[in-house]
Design a protein around this ligand. Structure first.
Ligand SMILES: C[S@@+](CC[C@H](N)C(=O)[O-])C[C@H]1O[C@@H](n2cnc3c(N)ncnc32)[C@H](O)[C@@H]1O
Length: 202
């Protein structure tokens, strides 16, 4: 099984209007005025990441579990059968509902939100823990599958710039890998990790 975690994701409610998510493409002027870090308010990263992960062959074969950990130490558990809404505004509406109700749909939940740190989430999963970051040990993409094991936990940052907010994240993992000399978006790294595990597995 591959466990895929989007860590320290910039997903939060807009503090100036709690009826919507913070979205830097819309709220940039109030964010700037209040000196809020530029990296915040990026639900689009989680959206792209979830579309790539949930529609992968690996997920269709039942070998993928996906989690979104947020900057405020919340963890979203995503049921494998979840079909991610393609429309961005409707996706944000769904996540807002999740922040309010903790489960969506409420009766037969596909998405469940719990207050939990990244460390607590990692500790409840079984497998080799791999952190993806540009600062890691450089590995050729054609060899990434050789690093995979039957059970792996792959951790990718859900933020646009800067570094992981979770302190001591390097000490929570077994390996720290870089797959390219430049910066990649989270969903590209997710796609490469999934493809490498597929090569290892099939
Ligand atoms: C847009 S980056 C975050 C920005 C960060 N300054 C960086 O350079 O990694 C999003 C995430 O994708 C992963 N990532 C980006 N570039 C990578 C690379 N070359 N190798 C491995 N992982 C990478 C990391 O997990 C990172 O946190």
């Amino acid at each position: 099984m591959m466990h895929l975690i989007l860590a320290d994701s910039e997903l939060e409610i807009n503090p100036w209007n709690r009826k919507e998510l913070l979205d830097s493409s819309i709220h940039h002027s109030i964010m700037e005025k209040n000196r809020m870090a530029r990296r915040r308010g990026r639900p689009d990263i989680t959206h792209f990441f979830l579309i790539v992960a949930m529609e992968s062959l690996l997920n269709k074969y039942g070998l993928l579990r996906v989690y979104v950990h947020t900057r405020n130490d919340e963890v979203i558990y995503i049921a494998p059968e979840t079909r991610i809404i393609k429309n961005y505004n409707r996706f944000k509406g769904l996540i807002l509902q999740l922040f309010e109700k903790k489960k969506v749909p409420f009766d037969n939940p596909l998405l469940v939100l719990e207050n939990k740190s990244l460390k607590e989430l990692i500790d409840e999963l079984k497998g080799k823990k791999i952190l993806f970051t540009r600062k890691g040990r450089r590995v050729e993409i054609k060899k990434l599958h050789e690093i995979m094991e039957e059970d792996v936990i792959c951790i990718i940052g859900g933020f646009p710039s800067g570094y992981f907010l979770t302190k001591g994240i390097e000490n929570m993992v077994d390996d720290i890998l870089s797959i390219y000399d430049g910066m990649l978006p989270a969903w590209t790294v997710a796609m490469e990790a999934i493809a490498a595990y597929e090569r290892f597995k099939f």
